[in-house]
Design a protein around this ligand. Structure first.
Ligand code: NAD
Ligand code: ISE
Length: 336
């Protein structure tokens, strides 16, 4: 039987996950949508036969048609939705961040541990991107040797209304925090944030771009250029520098044209375009694992660790200097 999925939050990401489940993913269908803005949820549900509409996540989870949940509401609403999913014993794909605040993330981790088994996959979709997967496979060959440095560039066309300087760290650089931990297998131990004079195109008071540096417990140094009002495109690039070579992804896989005295190509304009295949693979992997009774992919612990690094990053941004990351002890549920 198809998995009945409730999607909580039908904004940009949630509506795209609904479309994905209906059009691309096999083995699942959307049986309920939830949004505090009922009209928005109704508009999304109107395209799907038999899809219920709710304004309260717990009401959707109580339905016998709901076997699993995708949380795509804003970060501060995640903790409540996750605790409700635990109470209804439902597996969850939770969009990043698990929660923006490490104390809330730790409460989620502790609640999951008291269930005694994993329920949550966190939406760090870059792990499902074909290019990042190739980068992850590389150092395993031993050919390049130990990773020493990881350079990242993360550029968005324009920040949404209401964006703050801290959100560059919490919403955007959080992806590089997960990539660093996953790709290198190191914990991030300290964060430093450098801020050049902001671009004239950044909204008033927003420090954009920022240059963020992580130190890791494996002795690597990682830098991230985050620039969310670059104007020209959505670009995510990563280069790992190892002892005997380097490997790099994200240079663009679009059509390249050459014509009288010029060459060029196109650049994706947002994450839904650049990471379309990654989101498809992420949601399909979640559906497949859920139907097998398993939970795989980035864990609540990974979500907590990123929240802890984000908190250090926001302190480094506001107070200056190098801020150590404070991490709780890793529970046995999440392995070593
Ligand atoms: P959005 O503002 O477009 O949509 C959020 C929706 O949630 C809105 O429709 C809002 O009315 C609704 N909402 C607010 N509070 C709610 C609550 N308590 N219960 C139910 N619905 C509620 O935001 P978005 O850009 O779609 O982001 C949603 C989530 O997806 C965030 O966690 C964000 O970080 C994440 N996201 C992930 C990626 C990625 O690349 N993985 C990209 C963008 C956003
Ligand atoms: C957004 O929330 C995402 O998660 C995107 O992947 C990221 O590129 C963007 O900067 C964030 O705002």
């Amino acid at each position: 039987d198809d998995l009945g999925v409730a999607v909580i939050g039908t904004g940009k990401m949630g509506a795209d996950h609904v479309r994905r489940i209906e059009e691309t993913v096999s083995g699942a269908r959307v049986t309920a949508v939830v949004d505090v803005d009922r009209g928005r949820a109704e508009a999304v549900a109107s395209r799907i036969d038999g899809c219920a509409v709710h304004t309260d996540p717990a009401a959707a989870m109580a339905s016998p048609d709901v076997d699993a949940v995708i949380v795509a509401s804003p970060g501060p609403a995640h903790e409540g939705a996750l605790m409700a999913a635990f109470a209804h014993d439902l597996p969850v794909l939770c969009e990043k961040p698990l929660t923006p605040d490490p104390a809330a993330a730790l409460r989620v981790v502790e609640a999951e541990c008291s269930l005694g088994r994993r329920r949550i996959q966190v939406g760090f979709m870059r792990r499902y991107d074909a290019e990042y997967a190739r980068l992850k496979a590389l150092p395993d060959t031993g050919r390049l040797g130990r990773p020493l440095l990881l350079h990242n560039r993360h550029r968005n066309v324009a920040s949404p209304p209401g964006w703050t300087s801290a959100m560059l760290i919490e919403d955007s650089v959080s992806h590089e925090m997960d990539v660093t931990r996953w790709l290198l297998g190191h914990e991030i131990t300290a964060v430093t944030v450098h801020t050049p004079t902001p671009s004239g195109d950044a909204p008033d008071g927003v420090r954009d771009p920022q240059f963020v540096v992580f130190e890791t417990d494996g002795g690597a140094v990682v830098d991230v250029e985050i620039f969310v009002n670059c104007g020209f495109g959505y670009q995510v690039q990563a280069e790992v520098v190892c002892e005997r070579g380097t490997a790099r992804v994200g240079d663009g896989h679009a059509l390249v044209t050459q014509t009288a005295g010029h060459w060029g190509g196109t650049i994706a304009q947002d994450y839904l375009e650049r990471f379309a295949d990654a989101y498809d693979r992420e949601v399909q992997a979640w559906v497949d694992a859920t139907r097998r009774g398993e939970v795989t992919g980035p864990s609540a612990w990974d979500g907590y660790a990123v929240a802890a690094v984000s908190a250090a990053g926001v302190r480094a941004l506001t107070e200056g200097g190098r801020v150590p990351v404070e991490l709780a002890e890793r529970p046995a549920l999440y392995g070593t």
